[in-house]
Design a protein around this ligand. Sequence first.
Ligand SMILES: Nc1ncnc2c1ncn2[C@@H]1O[C@H](COP(=O)(O)OP(=O)(O)OP(=O)(O)O)[C@@H](O)[C@H]1O
Length: 321
Amino acid sequence: MEEERYEILKDLGSGNFGVARLAKHITTGELVAIKYIERGYKINENVQREIINHQSLNHPNIIKFKEVFVTPTHLAIVLEYAAGGELFDRIYSAGRLSEDEARYFFQQLISGVSYCHSMQICHRDLKLENILLDGNPVPRLKICDFGFSKNALLHSQPKSTVGTPAYVAPEVLSQKEYDGKIADVWSCGVTLYVMLVGSYPFEEPDDPRNFKKNIAKIMNVEYSIPGYVRISSDCSQLLSRIFVANPTKRITVLEIKQHPWFQKNIPKELVESDRKCCKEIEKEKISKQHEEIMRIVREAMNPCPSSTLDVADVDEIEEVE
Ligand SMILES: Nc1ncnc2c1ncn2[C@@H]1O[C@H](COP(=O)(O)OP(=O)(O)OP(=O)(O)O)[C@@H](O)[C@H]1O
């Protein structure tokens, strides 16, 4: 049994689909995060997409996909563990970042996103909650959660309104087909704004839960930088190139990478990893893994006889075995 190779250490939290747990690989001692999703109807197209798209990615700023297996009750997705938690929590507890810190994270975010796009995958749910940090004192950024991702080679052009309201681009709200890569740029802009300002750009400050008003702000690209936040003119110029309603006029990821604000203090390894990762596409290996993953996912779509057990029972099953 695959699960016997891991010792569960603690819960990391729960999401819409299940729980994530910290675990240790028994022979290597490596720490991993395992996401458990109950077998049966919860193993839907999004889960399938998440796994297929995520497994083909290999970049220092993307959480590594390790393996997937089924337990009697759950589908288990094994991922690289990011000990630093969510960037959202860091900003929530420590407040907004300085411009240099925000640039440090933004450079890594764009590096990861640019790599995804080069693999024909758009993320479609980029936000601070889907950005994790590793355990280094100077943390490295790791993009996670590919549940809404689309692969241009496998899937149709995106049309559905997915993502998180505060982060979605105007064209995603329009119910027409849109370019997922360009919509990702908008979400990166919202992420940058939140890092710098500590609040959302398109949110009514006195009425933050008013969905209608917030949507109108997005459609009209109504945002401002509060006076108490000092940012350079290069930085505000970059934001103004990202927050452009017309996706064909919006700055692209490639252009962001050439922008003077982005170029400042750019770490050498970031430029190098960009070059290396794009060379490492082994199509044959990926398609073999793809088939094996589809087999496991199909198996997990069948609820097991004991499917009435809930997630808390995962430990008990392991003990019984
Ligand atoms: N690789 C990881 N390393 C460290 N923590 C992780 C990892 N993956 C997920 N987590 C944490 O585990 C918790 C649950 O994650 P999960 O992805 O299941 O749900 P979510 O992202 O909170 O919600 P949803 O996927 O429903 O939007 C979150 O707090 C998340 O930060």
